[in-house]
Design a protein. Structure first.
Lengths: 202, 200
């Protein structure tokens, strides 16, 4: 596998095709949990964790169960079930093994099941790394990389937004724009800045 | 049951409890597919179909499903209807399926659908749930179309593919990501302004 592919996946997922700012995936937590930096960090960590492992699990299920049995059309149902049960399982394990970590991530885990960024990345993995029903060479590694860095990109956008919104609290925003509307306008300006990364070509 | 109350379950989704503008649910597909009115209508129709049938089925089985595992059950019901839509769309309108792409399977995690299943269909009769599903679906489609009309008009100078002006170049930024977020922010702001004027 050549390093160029790895680099292009990293830059594409974190900057050029940032899940939140250019693909509109995961907007609900992006607006909901970005009021302060601290919860934003926890949420970001939880998303990276769930995305990477769901990416891995769904790839395995697709490659070794759905493809051989010719059940590709059940993809959506199976993936959402895999993600939901994985999140439930992770929640129980973390509660048992590390109460401190549970306090930090706990309430964010169930929310992640319905985060479209997670289902989004699993479907995207399958769409990019399987061609005509065959896995590309090194598909599993590429899948892991793409899922992990999609999570990093989400966290980056979330943290930037949280930083801006902490300062925005002190600003004199017109009454009807307070809250969600101004957050959208800020996100629009951020997305404009991220469009600059489109110049990266490999 | 009196007629007025029944009708209200239908109309609330269109304006008063509009899923997109008032409750701010289902934002991801709203912003991503509102590039053109055609895509918006396709997406609205697909989501309304899923919403209608999942509401119908969930309210029909609401007394059989144990409370503790209801959310996974709802998700399976919703995912099944989404798969039906995916297959139908790929068969009858492959071009639309290509344009909506990843957002067709993502109807599963559209918060509007699970939200209505949990807060309405699991507590009401089949008839009322169907009305609620229709109203919410219509409200979603209307909101989506409104954003799409603004973006398609400003961003590519067209409506439904018909060229409306050619004398100056359209602002391409409106059909890109920043335009979507900006339109959404300003529209919600405008709605807040109107509602606060009406109250005070």
């Amino acid at each position: 596998m050549d390093v160029g592919i790895i680099l292009s996946i990293i830059i594409s997922m974190v900057f050029v095709n940032n899940f939140v700012l250019s693909k509109f995936l995961g907007l609900c937590p992006f607006l909901g949990v970005s009021r302060n930096i601290k919860p934003a960090i926890s949420m970001g960590m939880a998303v990276i964790f769930v995305m990477t492992l769901s990416g891995l699990l769904t790839w395995l299920v697709y490659r070794f169960v759905l493809l051989p049995l010719g059940l590709v059309y059940l993809r959506t149902i199976v993936f959402i079930l895999v993600i939901a049960s994985f999140v439930q399982f992770a929640e129980m394990v973390i509660l048992k093994k590390s109460p401190a970590l549970y306090r930090a991530l706990g309430i964010y885990l169930p929310l992640i099941t319905t985060n479209c960024a997670v289902l989004g990345v699993t479907v995207l993995n399958i769409d990019t790394f399987f061609v005509n029903g065959k896995s590309l060479p090194g598909g599993l590694v590429l899948t892991l990389l793409q899922s992990f860095f999609a999570g990093i990109g989400f966290t980056l956008a979330l943290l930037l937004m949280a930083g801006i919104r902490e300062r925005l609290d002190l600003a004199d925003v017109p009454k009807s724009l307070r809250g969600v509307p101004i957050a959208f306008i800020v996100a629009s300006l951020m997305s404009l800045a991220f469009m600059g990364f489109n110049g990266f070509r490999f | 049951m009196d007629m007025k109350k029944t009708l209200k379950e239908f109309t609330k989704g269109i304006l008063r409890e509009n899923p997109v503008f008032v409750i701010a649910l289902g934002l991801c597909p709203t912003l991503a597919v509102s590039v053109s009115l055609e895509n918006a209508l396709g997406m609205g129709l697909a989501a309304s179909f899923v919403l209608l049938f999942s509401n119908l089925l969930i309210s029909a089985i609401r007394n059989i499903v144990p409370a503790r595992i209801r959310i996974p059950c709802f998700i399976v019901v919703i995912a099944s209807f989404v798969t039906i839509v995916e297959l139908l769309m790929a068969a009858f309108s492959p071009q639309l399926a290509r344009q909506l792409g990843i957002f067709v399977p993502l109807i599963v995690v559209n918060c509007i659908i699970l939200g209505r299943a949990e807060s309405f269909a699991s507590r009401n009769t089949v008839f009322l749930s169907v009305l609620d599903g229709l109203g919410m679906g219509l409200g979603f489609t209307l909101a989506l179309s409104l954003i799409a009309v603004i973006r398609e008009f400003l961003g590519s100078g067209k409506i439904l593919g018909h060229v409306l002006f050619e004398s100056f170049p359209p602002a391409t930024i409106m059909i890109l990501a920043p335009g979507a977020l900006l339109t959404m922010g300003l529209l919600i702001g405008l709605i807040n302004l109107i509602t606060s004027r009406n109250k005070g």
